[in-house]
Ligand binder design. Structure first.
Ligand SMILES: [Zn+2]
Ligand SMILES: [Zn+2]
Length: 315
């Protein structure tokens, strides 16, 4: 049985025994067409978390960069991950994206305009879905490079992104540690790009999981570099340099999420063979070790303060 088929069966069971009874109980029957897709998104998210956990935990135990006396600060990152990968956020994003994409492309088609896809722009790609996927991945990673780099450029935006950098106990759980407003900006950013280039919906779920895995893995507390392959895929050492504490929160290198290519092209790549401590010395302690709500509240306060009193430069 293929893994896609297994996920469909699991999503079907979850839909049948957990989601549909709730929808019927509350008379929300109009959602029952979409409930299977919600379940599928949750199952994929859960699978991604389990695989990442199974790979990273033994490696973090085997070759940790840092030993921590206790891992209390990591717990909140676990919560961020579950919320972002399995919880409500992917479902809302999924629903919103596909509803708007359908309405948007439907509206364009009604006006006699067929929105372009990569296959239609580059006819040679037609019938080569694997190549098309990697081109999509490169385009999305390029967009992510600039989203990330700009979030370090604007002071108010960095006030939100500081939450991601405040973690001194960086582990594979830290990838999803972001402010809710920052997640909304990312969502809008990719939403617009997705509409412009036409992301094939759930066509390559396993490859998308692989790319997300690279991002989680790059945060892991593992003394690992990829040697000569380091310029091809972002490694834990490469991303750690972006999170490096250094002089009070200055992060000026390695913005790439999956491919270091964009850092190389735009001259922000740093492949130094060093392992630095992580964190942001300028961040309030609540951002580093506070609870989820304390971090969100503190980040929002910093954001509005920076927005209405722009003085200093971003980190
Ligand atoms: Zn950053
Ligand atoms: Zn990061």
């Amino acid at each position: 049985m293929s893994i896609d088929r297994l996920f469909s069966i699991l999503a079907g069971r979850m839909d049948q025994y957990a989601v549909l009874p709730i929808l019927y109980h509350f008379h929300w029957m109009e959602w029952d067409d979409l409930s299977f897709d919600w379940c599928l998104v949750c199952i994929y998210g859960l699978f991604a978390v389990i695989i990442t956990y199974a790979v990273c935990v033994p490696l973090e135990l085997w070759r940790p960069v840092e030993h921590w006396p206790n891992q209390k600060a990591v717990l909140v990152d676990v919560f961020y991950t579950l919320l972002n990968r399995v919880g409500i956020i992917p479902i809302v994003s999924f629903l919103l994206f596909y509803q708007v994409q359908t309405a948007f492309t439907g509206g364009l088609v009604d006006m006699g305009f067929i929105p372009p896809t990569l296959d239609s722009l580059i006819p040679g790609l037609f019938g080569h879905p694997f190549v098309t996927f990697w081109i999509y991945a490169l385009i999305l990673d390029f967009a992510d490079y600039w989203r990330h780099r700009l979030s370090h450029t604007f002071r108010a935006w960095y006030a939100l992104h500081a939450l991601h950098h405040a973690q001194r106990q960086m582990s594979f759980w830290s990838d999803d540690r972001n402010h809710f407003f920052d997640d909304c900006i990312s969502f809008l950013w990719f939403f617009v790009i997705g509409l412009a280039i036409g992301i094939p919906p759930l066509q390559f779920p396993l490859l998308i999981l692989l790319l997300r895995f690279v991002e989680s893995f790059s945060h892991a507390n593992i003394k690992l570099s990829y040697g000569k392959l380091e310029w091809l895929v972002v490694s834990p050492r490469f991303h750690r340099l972006h999170h490096a504490l250094r002089a009070a929160g200055h992060h000026s290198c390695n913005y790439g999420g999956v491919f270091p290519l964009w850092d190389i092209i735009f001259r922000t790549a740093d492949f130094s063979p060093i392992w630095l401590a992580t964190g942001d010395a300028k961040s309030p302690e609540a951002l580093a070790t506070g609870s989820y709500l304390q971090q969100q509240f503190c980040g929002a306060k910093m954001f509005f303060k920076a927005l209405f009193a722009p003085k200093k430069k971003a980190a």
